[in-house]
Design a protein around this ligand. Structure first.
Ligand code: 5RP
Length: 263
């Protein structure tokens, strides 16, 4: 009996390890291809946050050393700043360089219009600022992020960064105006809420109507006092690279070839 349990446990651990390695392989494929196709010598590059962005930084560091490309990197979070520094890449900021050539970042989910959910790692505010200052936003992701509609696969909700004093009224207003459930994101190794790199809280909005017009929902959310930024990236991504299970890369350009920019 004990032996049977041991075998079953080992089998499920092996299955889990092989899923993880296939996901990591997919992330790496997408990241390497996107960096190779979009980063040129002399570029100012926005560095996204999350586990897929790590592969992009690895590739940038390889090219920086092997091809001697001159790039400058702008981080989108504390994590990506640390990645840039630890890989010996040139670090710069928006004060010195307010326009970027390209920003390479991950996503939690991508729908058929290339509307993104971002902020699973809590870095949505700086990610959106840096992306909005870039000539193009290139998204890198594994095959589990590729959806027809938002919420199809990513069940943790749409992240919304809010001023701490306003989290309860904002939660109530979103639930009343749009339906669904809004939860305050709790920290894992700390009692209490997640506090972002900017000192704010994150609300995760779940069980929303997947057929919403995300452009207008996003604008309405942004008008609520206390909402700092949303993890809805509408008409921002120019192209998405999905690493697939079979080792290929699916490349999806924005359907209208149209992207919003503030810079
Ligand atoms: C962080 C983000 C990340 O890009 C997103 O969560 C994807 O992360 P990963 O590459 O680890 O799946 O938006 O705020």
């Amino acid at each position: 009996m004990l032996f049977k349990l041991f075998i079953t446990g080992t089998k499920s651990r092996l299955r889990c390890t092989s899923v993880m390695s296939s996901l990591n392989e997919a992330k790496k494929l997408a990241a390497y291809r996107a960096v190779d196709e979009h980063v040129l010598d002399g570029h100012v590059v926005g560095i996204g946050s999350g586990s897929t962005a790590v592969f992009a930084v690895n590739r940038l560091a390889e090219r920086f050393k092997q091809e001697n490309i001159k790039i400058k990197c702008i981080p989108t979070s504390f994590q990506s700043r640390q990645l840039i520094i630890s890989h010996g890449l040139p670090l710069i900021d928006l004060e010195l360089q307010p326009e970027l050539d390209v920003c390479i970042d991950g996503a939690d989910e991508v729908d058929r219009n290339l509307t993104l959910i971002k902020g699973g790692g809590g870095c949505l505010l700086q990610e959106k600022i840096v992306a909005s200052c870039s000539k193009k936003l290139v998204i890198i992701a594994d095959y589990t992020k590729d959806s027809q509609k938002l919420g199809e696969q990513y069940k943790k909700g749409i992240p919304i960064e809010v001023s701490p004093m306003a989290y309860v009224p904002i939660k109530m207003r979103i639930e009343r105006n749009f339906g669904g459930t809004v939860v305050l994101r709790e920290a894992v190794m700390k009692a209490g809420p997640v506090v972002t790199d900017n000192g704010n809280f994150i609300l995760d909005w779940r069980d929303y109507n997947p057929d919403y017009d995300w452009k207008s929902v996003n604008l309405e959310l942004l008008q609520m006092p206390g909402v700092v930024e949303t993890g809805l990236f509408v008409d921002m991504a120019e192209i998405v690279y999905f690493g697939m299970k079979d080792g290929s890369v699916k490349i999806t350009p924005h359907p209208n070839n149209y992207v919003d920019k503030i810079c």
